[in-house]
Design a protein around this ligand. Structure first.
Ligand code: COA
Length: 330
């Protein structure tokens, strides 16, 4: 059985930091409320003229992952990018990244699965590898959520940020790498998190942001409960599928939407928080980018070694959710 193995990780976030105190000058909120209810301290926001569009961030993260993997962009057969904030409606972010990397051989396309975009994209690439059609794949989660944020809605604008993360997958016949990915969707709950029509006013302090003709709308409370339920359930399923217990997991890298969601899921799975990677305090929710950014940071911090089982678990608009077990191999 051919499997995809992660051989490189990379990530990037925009330079500009937007703190909770900055947000308190825009909407009726406080640092204390945001920290207590979400765990977020600050987030990164793209600025105009700084080459920080979704495809720019995706390209930077990809270059870092390629460098770590020691693979040339010319050797990529596939580029799959999870995003809900493409530079343009079309062409895809993946095609812009292909051009920037000069990855002329690669087939390139985006996947839209809300915040679950990265795991969906990784599953597509892993399946392409399993068929024997692909040797090297670049998988990215990249977002510029600030462009679809309603800066007048305090219940959502405090949560979101921009960034990108990438992994390089290569084919291998050894029993490690991505052991499996379980995905689920339920369109009947689409209206808990969606993009709406209308232009939200961009406050003076953020006048570098180019607004999109729609913004994000969320029913936070119901979504919170669905997130805890779906994340715990799918993580339990993938563990059971591989006959693994929570004690076998070296590190859980969850989608970073709310620290309270992460803690509730860890508790349900009996995984202590010192084996759960969180960086939500620095970046907020960057949608598809949260998992690959967190994975790259954990990897570069030396938290992973060959043979470790890593649990990736995600949830997002759709609704979509999924979990993957990766046996770390480098
Ligand atoms: N600052 C201060 N007060 C705020 C606020 C803010 N930024 N945002 C909301 N509030 C207020 C509300 O207006 C409400 O006031 P009220 O009681 O007077 O009506 C109160 O805080 C409680 O609101 P509620 O929505 O019940 O808070 P909460 O504990 O559920 O936290 C979220 C709100 C959004 C942080 C939380 O629901 C959440 O994280 N949901 C899931 C998000 C998610 O998973 N999103 C992405 C999926 S990929």
């Amino acid at each position: 059985m051919i499997k995809g193995r992660i051989v490189g990780t990379g990530s990037t976030t925009p330079k500009r930091i937007l703190t909770n105190q900055d947000l308190a000058t825009i909407v009726d909120t406080t640092d204390e409320w945001i920290m207590r209810r979400t765990g977020i301290k600050e987030r990164r926001i793209s600025s105009e003229g700084q080459s920080e569009n979704t495809s720019d961030l995706a390209t930077k993260a990809s270059l870092r992952a390629l460098e770590m993997a020691g693979i040339s962009a010319e050797d990529l057969d596939l580029i799959v990018i999870g995003t809900v904030t493409p530079d343009r409606q079309f062409p895809s972010v993946a095609c812009f990244v292909q051009k920037a990397l000069k990855a002329s051989k690669a087939v390139a396309f985006d996947v839209s699965a809300g915040c679950s975009g990265f795991l969906y994209a990784m599953s597509v690439a892993d399946n392409a590898i399993a068929t024997g059609n692909c040797q090297n794949a670049l998988v990215v989660g990249a977002e510029r959520l600030s462009s679809v944020t309603n800066w007048e809605d305090r219940s959502t604008c405090v949560l979101l940020g921009d960034g990108a993360g990438a992994v390089i997958l290569t084919a291998n016949a050894v029993n490690d790498g991505i052991l499996s990915t379980h995905l689920q969707s339920d369109g009947s709950f689409w209206n808990l998190l969606y993009s709406t029509d209308g232009t939200a006013k961009i406050p003076e302090i953020l006048n570098t942001i180019e607004g999109k003709p729609f913004y994000l709308k969320m029913e936070g409370n119901r979504l919170f409960r669905k997130a805890v339920e779906c994340l715990s359930d799918i993580a339990g399923k993938v563990l059971e599928h591989h006959n693994l217990s929570s004690a076998d997991i070296t590190l859980m890298v969850p989608h970073q939407a709310n620290l309270r969601i992460i803690k509730a899921v860890a508790e349900r799975l009996s995984i202590p928080m010192d084996r759960v990677y969180t960086n939500i305090q620095k970046y907020g929710n960057t949608s598809s980018a949260t998992i690959p950014i967190a994975l790259d940071e954990a990897n570069r911090e030396g938290m992973l070694k060959p043979g470790d089982f890593v649990l990736l678990v995600t949830f997002g608009a759709g609704l979509t959710w999924g979990a993957s077990i990766v046996k770390w191999s480098f």
